[in-house]
Design a protein around this ligand. Structure first.
Ligand SMILES: *Cc1c(COP(=O)(O)O)cnc(C)c1O
Length: 368
């Protein structure tokens, strides 16, 4: 029996940094300072520099990062925010959490990202922002989106939870709108050993407000300017993230090599391969997502051949119980994507032998 090819080997990814991680944790332990200390500040400035922005604020997770941005821009009840209909649910939950109304817009079938030509018809007098999601690691087509946002004076909020390091022309995601949210959930391209998140921006006013909002609405202890949150990046996660940030470009390059190998060598006509819209740097391949008819049949076949796959995501947000009020709405492209997508294994620590085996198994798949 062939050995199991795991979907993602997080332990192997993190053990490459074992010494630096233990050293970082040791230093925090001995500093005696455990919340919002020097390690968070150092990571924030390194991550801002990496993204090309002036500011970065470390927060507790990616969902909070999004919600804090929306809240900080005073977007709430009675306001509308445009968001893709086929994103991970967190993008949409962040809007609902502020009391604003998410307005779902269909994606492009080939890139899986928001279709700029479909945005304008959904803009009303209540629209305050466009929340773009660089899904699966590919940057959205930002020029037409910016043009619309400028014309209607809307904020652009980026959900970069799957796209750390991706470029649009010569700019990094995180620096393509008014403010951007990142997640450092362990499985992301830049992952902590627990929850973590960050906001990047060039807006100094927003930066000041976010610094208070994440800390009970307070700049100065026991003086509260806003009804804030407790959402801070952990001091122990910060040195781990600073270390892993040094490797991010190299890891993303390896993901690109693997994806290129898949794209060039998977020749099975029953598989629809993912599309790269602009240059290779625009995609950091958080996930390698194919489309296939008879998905269950394909997944069972992959399991029988010891290749782990995942589905990102099996149920579209508008069909979730949590959004009962949308269950009767129809989003044909999203529904098709959710019914057909399968993610193949991809990670910077995958061995060549396993990559070749995935291609071989996929190429031998027959629909009957
Ligand atoms: C992971 C993810 C989030 C949420 O990040 P958490 O840190 O898990 O809260 C938001 N949006 C997208 C697209 C994600 O993939």
């Amino acid at each position: 029996m062939a050995k199991l090819i795991p979907f993602l080997d997080l332990k192997k990814i993190n053990l490459r940094h074992e010494e630096a991680i233990l050293d970082g944790v040791h230093k925090v332990l001995h500093s005696g300072w455990y919340i919002l200390g020097n390690n968070v500040t150092v990571f924030e400035s390194k991550f801002a520099e990496y993204c090309g922005t002036q500011y970065c604020v470390g927060v507790a997770n990616g969902l909070d990062a999004l919600e804090l941005i929306i809240h900080a821009y005073n977007i709430g009840p009675g306001d509308e925010v445009i968001v893709p209909s086929n994103t991970y649910i967190a993008s949409i939950l962040s809007i609902s959490a502020t009391g604003a109304t998410p307005i779902l817009v269909e994606p492009d079938l080939l890139t899986y990202n928001l279709d700029p030509s479909k945005i304008e018809e959904h803009i009303t007098s209540k629209t305050k922002a466009i929340l773009v999601v660089h899904l699966y690691g590919q940057s959205c087509d930002m020029n037409p989106i910016r043009e619309i946002a400028n014309r209607y004076e809307l904020k652009i909020i980026e959900d970069c939870a799957q796209a750390h390091g991706a470029m649009y022309n010569d700019q990094r995601v995180g620096n393509l709108g008014d403010a951007a949210a990142f997640s450092f959930y362990p499985g992301k391209n830049l992952g902590a050993l627990g929850d973590g998140g960050a906001i990047t921006t060039n807006d100094g006013t927003l930066f000041n407000k976010l610094n208070a909002l994440r800390n009970y609405g307070s700049h100065k202890k026991y003086e509260n300017l806003y009804k804030g949150y407790n959402s801070r990046l952990d001091e122990i996660q910060a040195p781990i993230l600073s270390e892993k940030l040094k490797w991010l470009d190299q890891d993303n390059e390896r993901r690109r090599e693997i994806s290129l190998y898949y794209l060039n060598n998977i020749t099975n006509s029953s598989i629809a391969l993912p599309t790269v819209q602009s240059g290779p740097e625009s995609h950091v391949w958080h996930l390698f997502v194919i489309r296939v008819n008879h998905r269950n049949h394909f997944i069972e076949y992959m399991n029988r051949n010891n290749v782990q796959t995942m589905i990102h995501y099996p149920i579209p947000p508008h069909k979730q119980e949590a959004y009962k009020e949308w269950n009767d709405l129809v989003f044909p492209i999203s529904e098709r994507i959710h019914a057909e997508v399968v993610s193949l294994p991809i990670s910077p620590v995958m061995e060549m032998e396993d990559i070749k085996r995935v291609v071989e198994v996929v190429n031998e798949y027959r629909t009957n």
